[in-house]
Design a protein around this ligand. Sequence first.
Ligand SMILES: Nc1ncnc2c1ncn2[C@@H]1O[C@H](COP(=O)(O)OP(=O)(O)OP(=O)(O)O)[C@@H](O)[C@H]1O
Ligand SMILES: [Mg+2]
Length: 221
Amino acid sequence: MIKCEDLHKTYPLGKGAGYPAVRGVSFQVRAGEFTAITGPSGCGKSTLLNILGFLDNPSSGTYLFDGKNVGAFDDGRRSGLRLTDIGFVFQSFNLLPRFSALDNVCLPMLYAGVEKEAAAARAEELLARVGLAGKEANSPIKLSGGERQRVGLARALANRPRLLLADEPTGNLDSKSGAEIMQLLLELHKGGLTVIMVTHDQSLAKLASRIVRMKDGVVEP
Ligand SMILES: Nc1ncnc2c1ncn2[C@@H]1O[C@H](COP(=O)(O)OP(=O)(O)OP(=O)(O)O)[C@@H](O)[C@H]1O
Ligand SMILES: [Mg+2]
C-alpha cells in the first residue's frame, strides 16, 4: 500500500542549509499490516508520519500510495486523497472545542460532500463503536482525555479511510485509557484496516504486527 524510497525532509532554518529531520527513509507497508514506528525523541517519526499522511511534503524522494506517485499530485488532489483515504489520530486530539463530539466527527464527512443527516447518522454509529454512546452532545471540554481520543478516532474513521495513521495516540493518556485506545486500534486492524502508529511505549509497540525503528532521520535496518 505504501512504498517510500529515499525520502528526505529538510526544514528550512533562518540561514544555512536547514535541519534534515528525515534523511533517506525507504520502507514499505503492506495492506492490512499494523506497523509501530518507534525511536528516540527528535529522530523524525512525526515528520515521516506527516509525509505519509499528506500533511507535509518531502523535500526529495518518492512516495507511492497504492501505486500512485503522490509527490506528482497538486495540493488539491492530495488533500482530496487525504480526506477520503487517510485517517489521522493526533497525540493532542486536535478537536474543535466549540463543537459537540458528534459535530467533530461529522466535519470530515461534510467536507467530503456527505449529506448532513447521513453524516450525523454515521457519526452516531462511530461514537457508539468507540464506546461513547450517550456523549454525542458533549463538547471536548466535557470529556476526559481518553474520551477525547475516542472522538479523535471516530473522526479519523469518518470517511472510511484505507490507512489509519496515529502519532502517539496514547501519549497524553493514563495507562488505562491508553490501553483502551490501543484495544480499539487492534480491533480495527483485525477488521482489515492498515494502521501505522508512532509510539514511545514498547509494550504497545509489541502488540503491532511489525516494529519499525528510527534513529537520526533514518529507518534502522
Ligand atoms: N517545523 C520545523 N522546523 C524546523 N525543525 C523542525 C520542525 N519540525 C520538527 N523539526 C525538527 O526535526 C526533528 C524531527 O522532529 P519530529 O517531530 O519528526 O521528531 P519525533 O521523532 O516525532 O520526536 P518526538 O518523539 O519528540 O515526537 C527534530 O529535531 C525537530 O526539532
Ligand atoms: Mg513526534
